[in-house]
Design a protein around this ligand. Structure first.
Ligand code: NIG
Ligand code: FE
Length: 421
């Protein structure tokens, strides 16, 4: 008998999500690798064996046993696109949008992202951290065990670095692991109105080097992201920013084709970006490019839903092209204040045409690849981190089918119970 820290057993369905070291691409998406009456052995926070309850109970003696009582067990959700941390809210703008104003109209009039920038610039680091901790607590309760977090509400060097400091503090103060992204090109700040190319110069010459210095200081890998959109940063400006970022050691992401199909997705693939996100208006030829490169396509169905739009990421076309599709919330105070990956799954099933199994893989394994952590998280395979959910249902197909209530009963992070409801 081998001694381990934990044996989680009697899972009615244990969703392993087999990876072979890769995301599940194209129409191969949706392989859950279910083990009936499954068990997981964990030692030092790492999965050491996965199999049937009978076989693992014969091999392992554990300090702690958790009986899943026939319920479904899955990997923790990975949310690879959030705009945490920010300060304040924009309930007033939602009211305007309900009355007919569009998101881009509000932004052009100086509201939108700039309104959150004002609040975030004025908040202290401590205020930013305190205000965002409860959001992470809700994410964890709803099953998110790792997430990406972006700057982009500072838009000046000191305020962008303050957001990075807040992400690091939040990462250290609670169980959800955060992958930080530097997004100084999230909007053109009002002081640069009409002078976008000068702001791009500032991003390239001052902000990106400052972020790179932060990376060195804290020994933390950063992604660099750009909001490539009509009226914000065009494809040439996005390319200039991302090429400089790559030269400074950042990994790349792009907000692409959210409102207009400008070409951000194709650029992301060409530059070898880790992910291209949104992809609502992506031209067909650009979708085809996702089948060639390693860039993960991230669908954010909460965003069109949050905006009351009817067009969603064309998942079928992306899968037919052989692309690797992930899901995320886009959690932010403007377009989509939603902390729940379960909600993203429910929307993806309805409006992106994914089956529950496809959506579950997109929200775990493929989402892990979208933040370059596919080797450590996103599936219940030997050698991976023991980030595990015990659901409040024996059948994974209840994910997506049911929405608005929490189907996660227990959350384990690195083999330790961190949330129970
Ligand atoms: O992903 N599109 C740009 N950024 C966010 C919205 C941010 C905001 O409105 O505060 C998005 O939708
Ligand atoms: Fe976003």
């Amino acid at each position: 008998m081998r001694q381990v820290d934990l044996l989680l057993h009697s899972a009615g369905q244990l969703c392993v999500i087999p990876s072979r070291g890769q995301p599940q691409r194209g129409n191969a998406l949706g392989d859950l690798g279910i083990i009936a009456d499954g068990a997981v052995a964990v030692h030092d926070g790492t999965i050491v064996a996965v199999g049937s309850t009978t076989s693992l109970q014969q091999t392992y003696r554990a300090h702690l046993e958790i009986d899943a009582e026939g319920q479904c067990v899955t990997p923790g959700f990975v949310d690879p696109h959030t705009h945490l941390p920010w300060f304040g809210d924009r309930a007033n703008e939602f009211e305007q949008r309900v009355a007919g104003a569009s998101y881009m109209e509000i932004m052009a009039a100086g509201g939108g992202i700039m309104s959150t920038v004002g609040n975030t610039r004025n908040a202290s680091l401590d205020q930013l951290v305190a205000d965002n901790l409860p959001r992470l607590e809700r994410m964890l309760r709803y099953g998110t065990t790792s997430a990406e977090a972006k700057t982009g509400y500072g838009l000046e060097t000191a305020a962008e670095l303050k957001q990075l400091d807040a992400i690091l503090a939040l990462h250290q103060q609670q169980p959800v692991e955060l992958a930080p992204t530097f997004l100084p090109a999230h909007a053109v700040p009002s002081e640069y109105k009409g002078r976008t190319s000068q702001f791009v110069d500032l991003v390239i010459n001052e902000m990106l080097p400052a972020g790179a210095e932060w990376m060195r200081q804290y020994q933390t890998q950063l992604f660099c992201d750009v909001f490539c959109e009509e009226g914000v940063f065009d494809v040439d400006q996005t390319r200039r920013i991302l090429e400089k970022a790559a030269a400074l050691g950042y990994r790349l992401k792009v907000h692409a084709d959210e409102f207009v199909g400008l070409g951000g997705t194709k650029l992301a693939v060409e530059l070898g970006a880790t992910s291209a996100d949104h992809l609502v208006k992506t031209p067909e030829a650009d979708i085809a490019s996702l089948g060639q490169g390693k860039t993960i396509a991230v669908g954010l169905p909460g965003t069109p839903f949050g905006l009351g739009h009817s067009e969603y990421t064309p998942a079928k076309a992306i899968l037919d092209a052989g692309g690797a599709l992930a899901l995320a919330t886009d959690l932010n105070p403007g377009t989509c204040w939603c902390e729940s990956m379960q909600m993203a799954i429910a929307l993806a099933c309805r409006y992106m045409g994914l089956t529950q199994a496809q959506a579950l893989v997109a929200a775990t394994l493929n989402a892990a690849h979208a933040i370059n952590r596919g080797a450590e998280i996103g599936s219940l395979e030997t050698g991976k981190q023991a980030d595990i959910l015990i659901l409040d249902t024996p059948d994974y197909r209840q994910l997506g089918y049911r929405f608005g209530t929490n189907l996660v009963k227990r959350v384990l992070k690195k083999g330790t119970i961190v949330s129970e409801s």
